[in-house]
Design a protein around this ligand. Structure first.
Ligand SMILES: Cc1cc2nc3c(=O)[nH]c(=O)nc-3n(C[C@H](O)[C@H](O)[C@H](O)COP(=O)(O)OP(=O)(O)OC[C@H]3O[C@@H](n4cnc5c(N)ncnc54)[C@H](O)[C@@H]3O)c2cc1C
Length: 375
């Protein structure tokens, strides 16, 4: 029987980052992916690194997001050095364009909210915003500049993290389907992978939106897919330096000159089709934000499935089954949250202490709700 200190189900950015972190801490690690690693949501994402909450429900993830953003330069550098591959990290800030009828009020509310959460945000007049990013619409009324935010080429990064993990000693098993967690008495002691028992002291489920399909994990990781459609554009004579946002769209520049536009949020099961309605919505919002993109060429369209949890918050930490940990449900922020997720899992495994308050993200919160509802 194959035996490891830690076995991880799922070779997306989350599972690969955990594998890399644990291997660097000296553990013997096995990483299983039922496809090739890095072909799931981590491939489909836009790669924005923004801890700013999109709504009040996401405020509790801000401390994790801030901590992860701070880890990114060092994480990216270590990954690039060990893998010998580029991760496409761009730390140039983001600009949120406001088209509101009362922009000054909206501007002061956003700035106050950000400052209250310890996030840097600066008000910009429409003129200043257009000077910074000439592609922005002349219709915009004001803007917010978040200088600390960044973006990364998530496809390149995920590949590089997988390579760095392997070079650090992680044993990668591609096209290996994790069917169930394995138990011995009250302890989880590995996985069953394609009918074979894999023995591990620590067992980690990080299989993105498929985590609940692993027998024995659904209870702790009741995730479902949230589809997102994306478009990659290439424009002649138009450059966008920073991530641009409006209420309806984001535009993300890549180092190779492409501009990504996205994304829809749809609950349609595991369907990954790109639809006419999805493309129309993205293009209309992209042209409202940056009208000069009308002449851009559409280079690629795709859709991916975000792992979403019932309360839309990540699921990270140990369970009541000794040895079993969960790291999924990162929804719209898994690229941002990968470094901190890996760090927290490593801290727990090596010291049973963590540097962040992660109680809010416990995998036990769903079973506690189920128990309370049934009693
Ligand atoms: C359109 C879109 C835009 C996004 N934009 C951003 C963004 O700008 N910023 C941001 O931070 N986040 C963004 N996200 C979210 C982010 O992509 C996810 O939160 C993150 O990639 C989740 O990573 P993961 O490793 O958990 O999942 P995945 O990348 O999906 O990886 C899961 C892996 O598990 C494997 N697997 C599944 N089941 C099994 C099994 N039984 N056995 C073995 N392996 C299995 C799969 O093959 C897959 O490789 C976006 C997502 C989408 C779809």
């Amino acid at each position: 029987m194959k035996t490891f200190d830690a076995a991880i189900a799922g070779g997306g950015l989350i599972g690969a980052a955990i594998a890399f972190e644990l291997a660097r801490a000296g553990l013997q690690v096995a990483l299983f992916d039922r496809q090739q690693p890095g072909e799931g949501s981590s491939w489909a994402a836009a790669g924005i690194l923004s801890p700013a909450p999109e709504n009040s429900g996401m405020i509790s993830t801000v401390p994790l997001g801030r901590a992860s953003l701070q880890l990114y330069p060092e994480f990216g550098a270590a990954v690039e050095e060990i893998s010998g591959q580029k991760a496409g990290y761009r730390a140039r800030g983001t600009v949120e364009a406001l088209f509101s009828s009362d922009p000054q009020e909206k501007l002061s509310t956003i700035i106050a909210l950000h400052h209250g959460l310890g996030l840097k945000a600066e008000p910009l007049s429409a003129e200043d915003a257009r000077e910074m990013e000439p592609a922005l619409s002349p219709e915009l009324e004001a803007a917010v500049f978040r200088p600390d935010e960044a973006c990364v080429d998530n496809r390149a990064l995920t590949k590089a993290v997988v390579a760095a993990a392997e070079r650090s000693g992680v044993k990668l098993f591609a096209t290996s389907n994790v069917q169930s967690i394995a138990k011995d008495g009250g302890r989880c002691n590995g996985f069953v992978v394609d009918g074979e028992k894999i023995q591990s002291h620590w067992t980690i489920v990080a299989a993105g939106c498929h985590s609940a399909e692993i027998e024995g994990a659904a209870h702790y990781a009741p995730v479902r897919p949230a589809k997102g459609q994306m478009i990659a554009l290439r424009a002649k004579d138009l450059s966008i330096e920073r991530v641009l946002w409006s209420d309806h769209i984001y535009l993300v520049p890549r180092n190779d000159g492409r501009i990504l536009a996205g994304a829809t949020v749809e609950y349609v099961g595991f369907d990954k089709n790109v639809t006419a309605g999805g493309v129309q919505k993205i293009i209309a919002a992209a042209l409202q934000l940056a009208p000069a993109l009308a002449d851009a060429q559409i280079e690629e369209t795709w859709a991916g499935l975000r792992p979403d949890s019932p309360d839309h918050l990540p699921i990270i930490g140990p369970t009541d089954l000794d040895g079993l940990l969960i790291a999924t449900g990162h929804f719209r922020s898994g690229i941002l949250l990968a470094p901190i997720t890996a760090q927290l899992i490593r801290e727990w495994i090596t010291t049973q202490n963590v540097s962040q308050d992660w109680a809010r993200f416990s995998p036990m919160r769903f079973s506690e709700v189920a128990r309370a509802t049934n009693s």
